[in-house]
Each structure stands twice: as C-alpha cells, then as structure tokens.
Design a protein around this ligand. Structure first.
Ligand code: DGJ
Length: 737
C-alpha cells in the first residue's frame, strides 16, 4: 500500500518505489510536514525539535508553550495570518477584510486510483497503479474548508498535489493566493535550478545556491511563458546528473504561475508552486469550490538524470493522452519557414511531392490559409479557407496530398483575433481588454475572451467546420501573444480577479471538445515557439513546438534545458534552412538533423531548393529516423552527458529500457585549433554487455563499463580537417549477442 494512516501516531505516510513522504496531525490539529526523501520506515516525528520561539508568535491554543510557533514548524499547507511569516500557500480575504486563516484537521480518505480535477489537466492513474489521499482541513471562523489532494504513482516516484477550497459559510471570501504544493526542508544546503528565457531562446538552465531571502520566478503573461518555466528543482549541494538528492515541482497549468524558494531566519528552506497571485483574486460564494491546479513532485537520490526520467515516464504514460502518446510521431514538412505567407495550392503540392520523394510522411500547412491572411496584420478569427489563394478548397488540397501517400496537417490560432477581421468587426467586445482603454496589441493581434463560453462555442464551431471539411491528421495550435489589460467585458467588477484563470479554463474546454470530437488528430501546441511548453498543454497535445529558434546550435541549449522536465518525444524539432532564418548562422545539414532527431523530427524549409547531394543526405536522415524513432520517442530513457551551458560541447543519448540499443549525439560548437583530447563517456548502458558502437565510417567494440567509465575518444582533429564550426557526431550503440 502506498498510503498508510497510523492512527496512534496520527501520521500519513506515502511510499513510492524509492521515496517516502510523511506528515503528522499534531495535538492542535495542524498538519505538519515530517519528511520527504529516500525510502524510510516508521514514524519520524522525533525529527521535530522544541525550542523557545517566543519572539516568533505562538498559536493561541498552545497557551504558555513558547516552543510552538507556526513560524518555524514545517507545514503541509501553510496559510497567512496566524503567525507563519514565511511565504504561504494560501491567502484568503474575508468579506469583513480579515486575512487570518487557521486550518485544522477534520478528516481523511484513502482512495484507489489517482484523483482527477474537474476542468483542469492532471496526471491520471488507474486503481492498480495509483492511490489518492484526501486530507480535510477547516478554518472554523471563516468556514473555509480545504481538501488537500495527494496522488501517488509509486512506479515513477511521483507524488502529485492539488487542493480544493470550499466556502461553507454564508459570506463571500476571496482567494488572494493559492499554491498547490509546499515543501519545508528544516535543515540542509541546497541549490535551486530554474529555467529562464525569452522568445526564441527558451529554457536556459540556471543553478544558484539558495541563500537567505526569497527566490521567486513566475509568469504574469497569461501563458506559462518563454521567460520562466513552471518548474523548479531543489538539489542538495553537490548533486550532479548522476548522484545526489534532488526534488522537482512541475505545475500542470498553462497560465500565470509563481514558484518560490525561501530560506528563512533559521536556514530552513520552503519550496512553493502555485498560481500567480498578482492577477488573481478569486471570489468564492457559499458552496462554491475552487480547485488549485496540480503540482507534480518527484524525488531522486541518484541525481538529475533520474529526476528527469521519473517525470518523462510519468508525463509520457500518465499525463499525455490519446492514440499518439505511445506511438512514434510522423516525420513532417512544415510550410512556415519554407514559404511563410507566400504560397498557393500549387506550391504546397510541389512541397508535398518533394517531401514524398524524400520519405517524409506528413505536410503541415502553417499560417496563412484562411481569411485575408496575407501577413500577420490581419484575419485571425476568420477561420474560413481562402480558396482564392489556394485555388481550391482545403478538402481538395488535403485529398491530393493524401493521394500522394502523405498525411495532412493544419495550423490554427484559435485564441486570437486581429483588429482587421470580420470576427472583430462583428464582436469588438469579445477581446480581453479594459473599458475605456485601447488594448495594447502585440503582433497586431488581440486575445479573445475565452473566459466567456459563447466565445469558446463560436471558435469551436468554426474550427470544427474546417476540420470536418477536409482530411486532417494533425493540428498545430498556436498562441502568439501575451495577455494585457486583463479584463473580461462579460464579467462583473467583482469577478475580474477570475478572468485570467477562467481564460485558461476556456482554453482547456476548447481543447477538450476538439480532442473528444476528433480523437485521431495529433495536436501540437505552440505559443510563439515554447511560451506554453507546460504539462497542462501536454495533457491535450502530446507534443509542443519547442522554440521559434530552429538554429541547431541554439536548439542544443533549448532542447537540453527542456529535457529536465519534458520527455524528448514531446519536443517539436525540425531541420531548417541555412543561413538560419533567426540567426543567419550556417550549420551543417548533418548537425541540424543530429539535433532534431532527439525530438519529434521534421523539416521546415523549402525542399525544392535542396541540391542533389542534400537530397541524398535528407533521404538518409529520414531513413535513420524511421529506423530509430521507436527507441528515441517511445522506448528509451534520455541521459544528458555534456551541458551546452557549461562549455563548448554538448552530448546526450537515449538508451532502450533493456539496455540493448542506444543513440548518442555529440556536438561541438566552435571549432578549436590544435584541439585537446576529448573522451565521451556514455551513460545508462549495461556494464557487462559488449556493444558495437558505430559513427561516421567507424566502428568499435567495447564493454558497457569501458564505454561509460573510460569513454571513447572524440576525433576533434577530424573536425579541424572539415574546417567546420558546429560539427557533430551521431553514435549508434548496439548490444552484441
Ligand atoms: C509562431 C510559431 O511558433 C511559428 O512556428 C509559426 O507557426 C508562426 N507563429 C505562424 O504565424
């Protein structure tokens, strides 16, 4: 049993395969956190120490006991206003203006299977693989009842957390801050790892020591954002990829979030993950329930690789849904960087013909096929096919592409409207925007108010019609601006604090309806590249366009950073033209593919411009991916070997679960004169197994222990001879019988 309640000690213990989580109801009914880490047995309440904390504030019920202070005790769900001055999980404001909230234990339930969350994405788990713990807490005065939800998926070492908040009294209350997970670490020295970025440069790795004060990241943009990922890792000092203790929190939500690590006056560390409080003030009427989006937590004692792999497996198998989640993904050609808005039906068919020749399996028609969309200044919202431009209907175009033996995919941006559009002219009040103000525009477009059901209904009908009328296997769902002037013209003044959250619920609602109506379509989410690469999106769309930067050398960093949380099969990765359209950098075709293999794989260039030599190379690349994608996308575990954030070299690899096969990529950014020796040490292999390693025209036989502990020499002199920066080597590794 994963969850145990010990009546005598009043402890809840959660076991996963390699970790234990423990909490205790203390004599005052406060739910204290006792432990999270490597697997243990027994009750660990001996860990709680007592000391005079009279200057910190003592709970009223504790009477003269000056050792009892919420300001120092480790807690499961700390609230504001009753003596804990650290950052808290919950802040509520009563109708009378009070902000104190004092939650005490009322009861619990242990259930088979993993809880689900109404209207929100969440990890799922059947009765045999998961359990749920519900712990009910209540504030007697305000009548706020909180049900803490813990989901346990032992095989991934994953524990999820969410909470439902109910107003049981006659007064209205306002939720001002709501985090779903809090972890208190009473002792220890830690580093915090987070991922920052900007458009076309997402998920850069940053690791810093936790020091006194608060480290806070988040998004106020209405998307989970390019700037910070809804994800944090806390590592014990010295933890590496392969050794040491680390904890992760990943927020299953696609809007504003806040993630915090606070080191307090006593050197204790608190880690929190939840909704962005600044745009949030959620009124709860009598009987109303608010569900805080889920946080997925995992613990590894064996370093960051294992931590990531726990999340990869959990997300791949128990977060992503639909028929594609455990299947290899089609190799596609996307029209965006091939021709942007400059295409017609004929040029698309020509692109498809060339793609077919090369072995590519799907053509995706990106932006520009609808309304009067000749550039990005207009027509969003007008989801009617521009037959004049295509010189045929979408049904006819997709039929012709199917007849060639290719699948057909389409780009949409359902949440947006251009000022120059029929939709805007008909419904100017459907945009998010404050009264008596001009709405800031971004990429000449505005955000539709998806907090209003009639807007979601309208877009659902128009997009469904387009899908019905043609033969579509894939949809790229884009979202190209952040929210500003966040105000819903369909809501009262009192309800404006709900707008940004309700917007995301509207997005989830549309995703739910479209994926249910068209269950076979493969969805790829996108938000100007990776501004909404989050687990919330993966619940609906099992892959995400990782970044608008398709330069191979930049992609090494972007995909390396992304791999800390997300499985590589979820990363949209394409080979694009050189000079690269974002950076004007030229990288070898081989390196562009060697990076893109570690993702969904496709092309994003005008195939008709390839030279004969390049055509042969692309054919070989497509063949390579077809041969190895089962390992890369479905079967394998991903290991990071060399970090692009630490030097000139990057390396990573994928190893099959049975350790019989692997593919590794090594990438050198700038070439070196008179280069020093270099040995690449593989990971994840079977120590005693003899392997055959092949790369370029070379081959070597060696045991797993040799390949992992001594490594193999990387021939960097060879790089010099080819006179190239951005050289890369792809290794295939196979067990010898
Ligand atoms: C931004 C996306 O990230 C691109 O891939 C492309 O689809 C454009 N939008 C189209 O407008």
């Amino acid at each position: 049993m994963a969850i145990i309640f010990d009546e005598q000690n009043k402890t809840f213990t959660i076991h996963t395969e390699h970790s234990t989580y423990q909490m205790q109801i203390d004599p005052y009914g406060v739910l204290l956190h006792l432990y999270y880490g490597r697997k243990t047995k027994g009750c660990m309440d001996y860990l709680l120490q007592k000391q005079d904390r009279g200057f910190s504030g003592n709970l009223y019920d504790a009477g003269n006991d000056r050792t009892y202070s919420l300001d120092v005790l480790p807690q499961e769900f700390p609230t504001w206003g009753t003596g804990d001055y650290r950052s808290t999980a919950l802040i509520v404001r009563g109708q009378d203006g009070t902000t104190a909230c004092d939650l005490r234990y009322r009861g619990y339930r242990i259930l088979s299977g993993k809880y689900g969350l109404s209207g929100l994405p969440a990890v799922y788990g059947a009765e045999k693989e998961a359990q749920t713990l519900e712990v009910v807490l209540e504030d007697g005065r305000t009548g706020i009842q909180v049900t803490l939800l813990y989901g346990v998926l032992p095989k991934y070492d994953v524990i999820t957390r969410s909470a439902q908040i109910i107003n049981t009294k006659e007064n209205i209350i306002y939720l001002e801050k709501a985090a779903s997970a809090c972890l208190d670490f009473v002792t220890g020295k830690y580093d915090v790892i987070s991922f920052y970025g900007r458009h076309a440069m997402e998920r850069n790795y940053q690791r810093i020591p936790v020091s006194h004060g608060n480290y806070v990241i988040g998004s106020r943009r209405g998307t989970s954002s390019h700037q910070y990922s809804p994800f944090l890792i806390l590592t014990e000092e010295g933890t590496t990829e392969d050794a040491g203790a680390c904890y992760a929190m990943s927020f299953v939500y696609s809007g504003g979030f806040q993630a915090e690590v606070e080191k307090d006056q006593f050197g204790q560390n608190r880690m929190l993950m939840g909704l962005q409080p600044e745009q949030f003030s959620y009124p709860l009427n009598t009987g109303e329930v608010f569900v805080i989006p889920e946080t997925v937590m995992t613990y590894s004692r064996n370093g960051l690789a294992e931590l990531s792999q726990n999340l990869h497996r959990c997300f791949r198998n128990n977060l992503c849904r639909g028929p594609h989640k455990e299947k290899v993904r089609p190799i596609l050609i996307n029209s965006w960087e091939a021709s942007y808005f400059d295409f017609d039906g004929e040029s698309i068919l020509k692109l498809a013909e060339e793609a077919k020749e090369l072995g590519i399996e799907m053509l995706v028609l990106d932006d520009g096929w609808f309304g009067k969309r000749r550039d990005d200044n207009r027509a969003l919202g007008d989801w009617q096919v521009n037959e004049e431009k295509l010189k045929c209907s979408l049904g006819e175009l997709s039929a012709k592409i199917h007849a060639m033996g290719l699948k057909f995919g389409l780009w949409v941006e359902p949440e947006m409207v251009s000022e120059d559009s029929d939709l805007y002219r008909a419904h100017p009040d459907w945009l998010i925007g404050a009264p008596d103000r001009f709405e800031s525009h971004s990429r000449h477009q505005h955000v539709l108010d998806f907090s209003r059901p009639e807007v979601v209904d309208f877009i659902y009908d128009s997009i469904s019609k387009v899908i019905e009328e043609s033969s579509i296997s894939y949809i790229k769902w884009d979202m190209n601006r952040y929210m500003s002037e966040p105000f819903s013209r369909g809501a009262s003044a009192a309800d404006q604090g709900k707008t940004m959250h309700k917007y995301i619920l509207g997005v989830y609602e549309l995703y739910t309806r479209l994926t249910e109506r068209f269950p076979d379509i493969l969805f790829e989410s996108c938000a100007s590249g990776g501004a909404r690469f989050d687990p919330g999106m993966l619940y609906f769309a099992p892959q995400t366009w990782t970044s608008d930067d398709t330069d191979a050398a930049e992609r090494e960093k972007i995909q390396y950073g992304t791999s800390f949380v997300y499985p590589i099969v979820s990363m949209g990765s394409h080979v694009s033209a050189v000079p690269n359209h974002q950076l004007h950098r030229t990288t070898p075709l081989s390196t562009r593919a060697n990076v893109a293999y570690f993702g969904t794989f496709g092309y994003e260039l005008d195939l008709n411009l390839l030279s004969d030599e390049e055509i042969e190379e692309v054919k070989a690349q497509v063949e390579f991916m077809k041969e190895h994608r089962d390992l890369i996308q479905v079967e394998g575990d991903f290991y990071r070997i060399l970090s692009p954030f630490e030097g000139n070299d990057t390396a990573w690899m994928v190893v099959s679960r049975d350790k019989k096969q692997a593919v590794a990529g090594y990438y050198e950014r700038l070439n070196k004169v008179n280069a020093s020796w270099m040995r690449l040490r593989f990971k994840g292999l079977d120590e005693d197994q003899l392997y055959k390693v092949k790369w370029e025209d070379k081959c070597l036989k060696a045991y797993g222990n040799e390949l992992m502990y001594a490594g193999i020499p990387v021939d960097r002199d060879y790089c010099n001879k080819t006179n190239g920066d951005f050289h890369s080597v792809l290794y295939t590794i196979e067990a010898e019988d």
